[in-house]
Write a protein that binds this ligand. Structure first.
Ligand code: DON
Length: 332
């Protein structure tokens, strides 16, 4: 009898022990990567958006949010940077949710371009077709496609989905928005070229403007990690517990992140980590480990492809230490 009563106690102790061990693993992996990379000085802030050149290059924050809502972090969690291209993920998710995957396949396309994120050649090669929603042409087309009768309604829809993914109210970084809006002739050219190919679904000037505003939403590493964790958790925010998008939408979104999240370096990234990820020229990178956790790192200096150097190295190291590559399976 006594032994029987002991069994649940032992099981509970085992659970507690393994929970503590997992928590320690997350924190240790973050701490190790932080000390390894904190003094790394490679890369340079983006400067084609003038205001980004003024951001402190030493901002370095790491956050992990698990699918059961636990938060682990290290470094600078208070500084906010503009989300930039990471926003493309959430606008894509909202379109998938409201209009279904076929709309994205038919009107934008999901194949990787293999070219730079603002490549005009990529549009020309495909005559406006197969422009991935995670590079500028596909992302501006996505803003033109998202539900909303006018640009104010489209903006509200975009803002709302970002807030729901983050579980907080994200604000626009005014100086970054003004700086990019006054200097985005290339994106306007992209939008007009798409219009010429019949692949722009709203006024190209207004679509580019709303796109520029979404790129200027301000985030810290924890906001980004919660957003990534919402994808990893099948579309339900693990902190607020709110369903933001369906599990199917989250799956489609993460697939596009696999093919094009780090642009022309997406293949190398997937080879090394196996995880869907997305970068932004503000210095953030998010990665989602399906079913387990979301991770985000902010560090503004970028490599030649426009991806944060330190954020890439940090996430790679943490995924490796936690053996979190979803393609890494130990034989039974
Ligand atoms: O449109 C642009 O060029 C920027 N607002 C966003 C580009 C970006 O973040 C590319 N990311 N690595």
């Amino acid at each position: 009898m006594k032994t029987l009563r002991l069994i649940p106690a032992i099981a509970l102790a085992g659970l507690l022990f393994s929970y503590t061990a997992i928590a320690q693993n997350y924190q240790a992996a973050i701490d190790n990567a932080y000390s390894k990379y904190k003094d790394l000085k490679e890369g340079a802030n983006a400067d084609y958006i003038k205001e980004l050149a003024n951001v402190d290059p030493d901002i370095y924050g790491i956050a992990i949010v698990t699918t059961d809502g636990k938060v682990y972090s290290k470094g600078d969690l208070s500084s906010r940077v503009s989300i930039q291209s990471i926003s493309k993920v959430f606008t894509l998710a909202k379109i998938l949710e409201e209009q279904g995957p076929q709309a994205i396949m038919d009107k934008i396309g999901v194949d990787a371009t293999g070219l730079r994120f603002n490549s005009i050649v990529a549009i020309e090669l495909q005559k406006g077709k197969e422009i991935n929603p995670l590079v500028n042409p596909g992302a501006i087309a996505a803003v033109s496609l998202i539900n909303g009768a006018d640009s104010a309604a489209k903006w509200r829809n975009i803002q709302q989905v970002h807030n729901e993914f983050a579980g907080s109210t994200l604000l626009v970084n005014g100086p970054v928005y003004v700086s990019e809006a006054g200097d985005n002739l290339r994106n306007q050219a992209i939008a007009h070229l798409l219009l010429a190919y019949g692949r722009m679904y709203f006024d190209p000037v207004q679509a580019t403007d709303v796109y520029t505003k979404q790129c200027a939403l301000n985030v810290n590493a924890k906001d980004l990690a919660v957003m990534a964790a919402t994808l990893a958790n099948g579309g339900t925010n693990p902190v607020t517990k709110k369903k933001v998008v369906s599990p199917e939408t989250a799956a489609y979104t993460m697939s596009v992140m696999e093919t094009a999240g780090l642009y022309d370096n997406a293949g190398q990234w997937l080879f090394k980590t196996g995880v869907p990820a997305k970068s932004g020229v503000g210095g953030g990178i998010i990665a989602a480990v399906p079913g387990k956790f979301g991770i985000a790192v902010i560090s503004p200096p970028l490599d030649a492809a426009g991806n944060s150097v330190k954020a890439q190295r940090t996430i790679e190291a943490i995924i490796a230490e936690l053996k979190a590559n979803p393609n890494l399976v130990m034989p039974k």
